[in-house]
Write a protein that binds this ligand. Structure first.
Ligand SMILES: [Zn+2]
Length: 280
């Protein structure tokens, strides 16, 4: 049986199938740091699977959501109470999005950022063995949030460790705390997210504790997708009304010897060369 390491890890299966079977049907997997990150960064995968019989999306939230800002009706909540609210909000999203399964692993941010900590990698290895996904969504490796970066680096370690047993066809590095408009178009993975804008809006909207207090993630997420679709190509009409951009992280899993920093800095080199070429 799947060992999620922490006793407070939360497993939620919206259609109440046995957890092991629910995970085994997964085709699309998102591994994210916090509650609500999945719905901001990986709607592409959620929409690909929504209502489709042989495609299933599973979400993994690695941290416990402690220490998040709180205001309004949540103003007096303790950390423990806030964590309960955030777990429930994530379950609501999983229900609305018809996920195969939602895992909330409950690690601290400190554990995720500690490069010597092995429990996070080992747990993600177990999740990958249980799900055997075809497509994986991670935070992009130029994200400015250290916990996002920590989760992705742990996930890449785990993907590399299990690659003889299971290996996805595609690994995307997605947008939350830093978008990817700066990538050269040839380096961009443009993910169409126009489908079911009603579901897309509901998925971010259920995270009331995050939106209350003025952080309009619901509007900002939709706005980013619209802006990307509009500004992606200067000619012609927009085929998509919403796009997310992603960094292709598949080569890092295909070739475990490839340096993560060399690979990511390569994208910046391409951008730099393009700007330089036009100014010289
Ligand atoms: Zn986050």
């Amino acid at each position: 049986m799947l060992n999620l390491h922490r006793p407070d890890a939360d497993i939620f299966v919206p259609d109440a199938l046995d957890a092991e079977a629910a995970l085994a049907r997964t085709t699309h997997l998102c591994i994210a740091a916090h509650q609500d990150d999945i719905e901001i960064m990986a709607y592409h995968g959620i929409a690909e699977c929504f209502g489709v019989k042989d495609k299933w999306f599973t979400g993994v939230v690695v941290t416990n959501g402690a220490g998040s800002p709180r205001s309004g009706i949540y103003g007096n909540y303790t950390d423990a109470e806030m964590q309960k609210v955030r777990i429930l909000e994530q379950r609501k999203a999983a229900y609305v999005g018809e996920y195969a399964c939602q895992l909330q692993l409950g690690f601290t941010s400190a554990q995720v950022k500690d490069r010597a900590e092995t429990a996070v990698v080992e747990t993600l290895e177990a999740v990958l063995r249980a799900t055997r996904p075809e497509v994986v969504y991670l935070h992009n490796l130029a994200d400015k949030h250290d916990t996002h970066l920590g989760v992705s680096l742990n996930a890449i370690k785990a993907l590399r460790a299990v690659r003889s047993e299971t290996q996805p066809n595609k690994v995307y590095g997605c947008e939350v705390w830093r978008d990817l408009d700066w990538l050269m178009d040839a380096d961009k993975q443009a993910l169409a997210v126009s489908a079911r804008s009603n579901i897309a809006a509901a998925l971010v909207g259920v995270f009331d504790s995050q939106v209350t207090g003025g952080k309009r993630y619901d509007l900002a997420t939709a706005g980013r997708r619209l802006a990307h679709a509009t500004y992606f190509a200067s000619h012609g009409t927009d085929e998509e009304s919403a796009l997310n951009f992603a960094m292709d992280l598949t080569p890092l899993v295909d070739d475990p010897a490839l340096s993560v920093s060399d690979y990511v800095l390569g994208f910046i080199d391409h951008f730099r060369a393009d700007v330089a070429k036009k100014l010289l």
